[in-house]
Design a protein. Structure first.
Length: 255
């Protein structure tokens, strides 16, 4: 009974404690909107790169798994698509740790470049008819790189937006990230649909399927430019500025 009373008293004291001036980070409304727009746009580009594979799965199955039957081609193609999701949590953990050390903005630029390069590489990989099973291995490695990048992208982007938006609108403004994801997927589906209609199935199988992946290069450069113009998250900057004081306090307590 006495222990419970003590716990209640501690909770009451914590609730009564007032926030100090150093506990509050002021966020500029205009800067937060710009941060959300740029981050969401970059996220859309990233998911465009990630999603176009699924819309071209049937064609990719014929290019990279020609020795398999019609149904198995699609199974192998989608298995290569699905394997990217296995490394997404690893990418989230890895880039999350790097983001805590080197900043959210820098990591967002790195993940976007990794995605652009890995997507571009898929469009440049020769088919199975040219280099055999090496083509399948290269495709698998490119998909793993995409999944790794996507995991780091989403975790870092959500953290960046959360640290760059005001308290009262944080939930609403964070939803822009999901909007960017859907825009990227829809843009990828639209491009593949238009190309298939204009070029036809034979041309798409021959070389047309490569076009959406090659588009990743200029898209990646645009996204990198937008994110390079961003400021670091205010909360992260405040946390970094407080580090020397915390370290001095720790050294003093040890002495």
């Amino acid at each position: 009974m006495e222990e419970k009373k003590e716990q209640r008293n501690r909770l009451r004291k914590k609730l009564k404690m007032k926030l100090k001036k150093d506990d509050i980070t002021v966020v500029d409304a205009k800067e937060s909107k710009r941060a959300v727009m740029a981050t969401s746009a970059g996220n859309a580009m990233e998911w465009f790169d990630f999603g176009i594979y699924s819309y071209l799965a049937a064609t990719i199955g014929q290019v990279f798994f020609p020795e398999a039957s019609g149904v198995m081609q699609l199974v192998y193609s989608f298995a290569t698509f699905a394997i990217a999701f296995l490394v997404r949590p690893i990418g989230g953990i890895f880039f999350g740790m790097l983001g805590d050390r080197f900043g959210r903005k820098n990591i967002l630029s790195v993940t976007l470049i990794i995605m652009a390069v890995s997507t571009l590489s898929i469009g440049l990989i020769p088919g199975y008819a040219s280099i055999g099973s090496t083509a399948t291995i290269l495709l698998l490695l490119a998909r793993l790189a995409q999944g790794f990048s996507t995991g780091g992208e989403y975790a870092s982007a959500m953290t960046y937006i959360a640290e760059s938006t005001p308290d009262k609108k944080r939930g609403f403004m964070s939803s822009g990230l999901e909007v960017g994801t859907l825009v990227g997927y829809i843009a990828g589906a639209g491009l593949v649909t238009v190309l298939t209609y204009l070029l036809g199935e034979e041309t798409m199988l021959a070389w047309g399927w490569r076009i959406p992946f090659l588009v990743a290069a200029p898209i990646g450069l645009i996204g990198f430019y937008l994110r390079n113009k961003l400021d670091e998250a205010p909360v992260y900057e405040a946390m970094e500025s407080d580090k020397p004081e915390e370290e001095n306090d720790e050294h003093a307590s040890v002495k």
